[in-house]
Structure formats: structure tokens, C-alpha cells
Design a binder for this molecule. Structure first.
Ligand code: CU
Length: 469
């Protein structure tokens, strides 16, 4: 979580790195590519040319600057290997654009003529597909079908008019399984050119791409042949506690644009507020089709706009509701040990292996507090420390911070919420009466024809196999 001062510092680094990465001479006719390698959330890029709009924020990401060339907005994307810090102490060797995965967010206005130069610095061919856009067929970016593959070292030019306002993304349409598993994707927002009956102006506008990786603890590069068993569930290629909080002012209207570039669905859930789905990658939704939700399931390849009024102050969890998607890398084939009394076994084992440690006999929360030796490059499985102790989370988890005194346009982290007296759950210290149980509990719908000789009790055992589906 970062301050505005950090934004400015990293902005300086960005332009210094840019000139070093791609030779200025080699690309004199092209817009100079801007490179950003820091995982800091950059402030909204307020447009200095072209039509005005309320710029978006990409948590732990940034927006790509452009240059105006005779009325055309020119961008330069560089597809290249990148090192992405997924959270503190954990770096992944990915492929991305302009120094990062995901690539920079591209923001334009409905009706803009857009020219995008794409330079391929990957070791294999690529292309860029502009997911959801209305455009001439030959600009659709499908290798072999609508264009030649962009060979390593080559630059291609895409040009089209951003015809439809809304929420879009870009990604390769060449060796897709590998290139998306390696982190190649980015956000695209087309703002409406004038007041739109179905697109409200909002005070805060966020963009997140849901992505997933399979990186063995201690290693750096994703396993590209993985199709379902991913072990890292990320937002903008970051995992909790590496995902910045969503900081808003009480009374702000908030839009969170979400795109799913993983191989499974994600029920995205917010605490303390109800939202509506105001748009998809197909455009804004008709008002009559919007109903209140606190969770929306986002399928593979889909984009959704969540919109709400942030009127409840506090630190509100915002996360994927698949509980194994709010955990980081771990081994899966571990039997459940809840309820197993290890005391007699432990004595015997520690006589042989003094460092032996029992895991999970009272659940897994203990894992969040113990200091376990981890391999050199990995993320703790369940972690993050809040004002009341360990949060015990990882992966697709962040916090919506709603504050009365957050200034308009200020996206910096306000720190932890200070709860008013009497508004925090507290420990009951009085006597605990015996529970009054219903006598009728547990009767079946039909009588058994033959009574079993003895009662059977089972223990729930989870997980029993790979669990990352
Ligand atoms: Cu999920």
C-alpha cells in the first residue's frame, strides 16, 4: 500500500528505464515506449490532450501515456519478458507489456482514432487481440486468421476507431495457452464522449484483471502446461497481501471493472455494500436488468462492471468467494488432520526428527501465525496482518477502505479504520448456558425398514485431491 510520494518517485524511475529498454534511434518514427517496472499503484492519468474524461485507477498498475499525431492517439506496446513482484519477497518471471504483467491500461474516448504500435521482444511470435471491440476485421489480432504472426523483433501497427464505450481488454491470439499463462494481458477502457444514459459518472473507477499462475514454491517461472491446477490466484498479477487496498471517500460512487483471464470462474464478493452490474464487455447493461448483488460470478473470458455507493465507513473485505482462491501456493495432497490427536505420535516422531511440526490438527489458522521456513521465492500461504492480528488470507483478497475524511481524488491508503466505541465484536465473559436443542432434530422422511446395529459417525476430510479447480 503506497503513498502519493511513492507514485512520484516511481514515475521518475519509469521514464529513466524507458530509454534504456528500447533504443531511441531504432524507433525514431514511433512513439517512445514508456516502461514501468514498479508494482506501485499509479494515480489516474489525467488526459492532457484529446477529449477530457474521468481517468481510471489500475491497482498495482498504471495507464499507458500516448502521443497525439494529427488527431490520432498513438500508443506503443512492447511485448517482452518481465519480472513481476507478486507480493513482497516473491518475484515471478512472466511475459507482459512495457515492463509489467498485466500490461498498462489503455484509456481512450468513444470516437477516438487509435493507432497502437506493437513491438515483439518475446522469443516467439505474438499478436494482440482487442477483446470486445468493434473494429475492422483485419485489426482483430488473430494470428493466421486476420493477420500474419508478429515475429520476434518486428513491430506491427493496429489502427481503428474506438466505436463503443465500455470495458475491454487486450491479450495475444498466438500460442494463447502459453502466453496468457505467462501473464500477457491488459485492460482497455473506452470512455463515453458525452453523457450516456447508461453510463454514470463515478467518483472512483478501478480496473482489475483476474489472473492465475502455477509457480512451484521456490521457483520463478509459471508452469505453462497447467490447465486447471493453478496455485496462485491473483489480481493484476499480485496476491494478497500484495494487492493495494481500494481507498474511497464515504459517499463516493464507485465502479470496479473486472476481467477474468483465468481458466475458471470467480464469484467476486464485497462486504458491507450491495452493487449492481452496470456493464459487461458487451457494453452497459439496460437499467431494468440491474438488481442488487453482493457477489457476482464472473466466468472465463468475461468482464463485469460493479457499481455501488460507498456509504458505510470501515475496512470491508473484497475478495473471490472460492475459499481456495484466497490462499497462496501450497501443496494440495494433504489429508485433513482436524480432530486427530497427535500428542502420542508427536513424542515418537520428535525422538527421531526433532524439528517435526504437526500441521492442521485444529484447522489451518495456526499456519497464519507460525514462523515456518519457506523456500527462497514464494508467498506465504495465508497471511496479512490487520489491526486485530493475522487475517489469514492470500490470493484474490483486498480491502475496500471507506473513509469520511478521504479527500476527493485521493487514492492513498488511509491506514486502518478506527471503529467507534461499542462497534466491534467482543468476547462474552459471562456464563454459557446449555443449548436448548429441538427434540425433533434429525428425523428422516421415511422410517428405515431395518434399523442399523450401531450408529455411524463420519469425519469430514478435505481436501482429498487436487483442489484448485
Ligand atoms: Cu476465484
Amino acid at each position: 500500500m503506497n503513498s502519493r510520494r511513492n507514485f512520484l518517485k516511481t514515475a521518475g524511475i519509469a521514464s529513466a528505464v524507458a530509454t534504456a529498454t528500447v533504443s531511441r534511434v531504432a524507433m525514431s518514427a514511433l512513439p517512445e515506449p514508456v516502461i514501468q517496472t514498479q508494482p506501485t499503484t499509479m494515480p489516474p492519468l489525467v488526459p492532457s490532450t484529446g477529449r477530457p474524461y474521468n481517468a481510471v485507477v489500475t491497482p498495482n498498475g498504471w495507464t499507458l501515456p500516448w502521443r497525439m499525431n494529427q488527431g490520432v492517439k498513438e500508443f506503443h506496446l512492447v511485448a517482452e519478458p518481465v519480472v513481476r513482484e507478486m507480493c513482497e519477497g516473491f518475484k515471478a518471471h512472466l511475459w507482459g507489456y512495457n515492463g509489467q504483467s498485466p500490461g498498462p491500461t489503455i484509456e481512450v474516448v468513444e470516437g477516438d482514432r487509435v493507432r497502437i504500435f506493437v513491438t515483439n521482444k518475446l522469443p516467439e511470435v505474438t499478436s494482440v487481440h482487442w477483446h470486445g471491440q468493434r473494429l475492422p476485421n483485419g485489426m482483430d489480432g488473430v494470428t493466421g486468421l486476420t493477420q500474419k504472426a508478429i515475429e520476434p523483433g518486428k513491430t506491427y501497427v493496429y489502427e481503428f476507431v474506438a466505436r463503443r464505450p465500455g470495458t475491454f481488454m487486450y491479450h495475444p491470439h498466438a500460442d494463447e495457452m502459453v502466453q496468457m499463462a505467462m501473464g500477457m494481458m491488459g485492460f482497455w477502457v473506452t470512455h463515453p464522449k458525452q453523457r450516456h444514459p447508461l453510463i454514470d459518472e463515478v467518483d472512483r473507477d478501478f480496473c482489475i484483471l483476474l489472473n492465475s499462475y502455477d509457480i512451484e514454491p521456490g521457483s520463478y517461472t509459471p508452469k505453462i502446461m497447467t490447465m486447471v491446477d493453478f496455485n496462485l490466484w491473483s489480481w493484476n498479477s499480485r496476491v494478497f497481501p500484495g494487492i493495494d487496498s481500494f481507498n474511497v471517500r464515504q459517499g463516493d460512487t464507485v465502479r470496479i471493472r473486472v476481467g477474468n483471464v483465468t481458466m475458471t470462474n470467480h464469484p467476486i464478493h464485497i462486504h458491507g455494500h450491495e452493487f449492481v452490474v452496470s456493464g459487461t464487455d458487451g457494453g452497459p447493461t439496460p437499467k431494468a436488468s440491474r438488481w442488487p448483488e453482493v457477489t457476482v460470478d464472473i466466468a472465463v473470458g468475461q468482464m463485469r462492471q460493479l457499481e455501488f455507493l460507498a456509504d458505510e465507513p470501515g475496512d470491508w473485505s473484497f475478495h473471490c468467494h472460492k475459499s481456495h482462491h484466497t490462499m497462496n501456493a501450497m501443496g494440495h495432497n494433504v489429508p485433513t488432520m482436524i480432530g486427530v490427536d497427535h500428542r502420542s505420535v508427536v513424542k515418537k516422531v520428535t525422538d527421531l526428527i526433532p524439528a517435526y511440526m504437526v500441521m492442521g490438527e485444529r484447522g489451518m489458522h495456526d499456519m497464519t501465525e507460525m514462523e515456518m521456513p519457506l523456500p527462497d521465492n514464494t508467498a506465504a500461504m495465508m497471511t496479512g496482518t490487520g489491526p486485530f492480528g493475522s487475517v489469514g488470507m492470500g490470493g484474490m483478497f483486498s480491502v475496500l477502505k471507506v473513509r469520511k475524511d478521504q479527500k476527493p481524488g485521493d487514492y492513498s491508503d488511509p491506514g486502518w479504520y478506527k471503529h467507534p466505541p461499542g462497534e466491534v465484536a467482543f468476547e462474552w465473559t459471562g456464563a454459557l448456558p446449555d443449548p436448548a436443542r429441538l427434540q425433533a432434530e434429525g428425523s428422516g422422511s421415511m422410517p428405515l425398514t431395518k434399523k442399523p446395529k450401531q450408529d455411524i459417525e463420519v469425519q469430514i476430510r478435505k481436501p482429498v485431491g487436487p483442489m484448485n479447480h
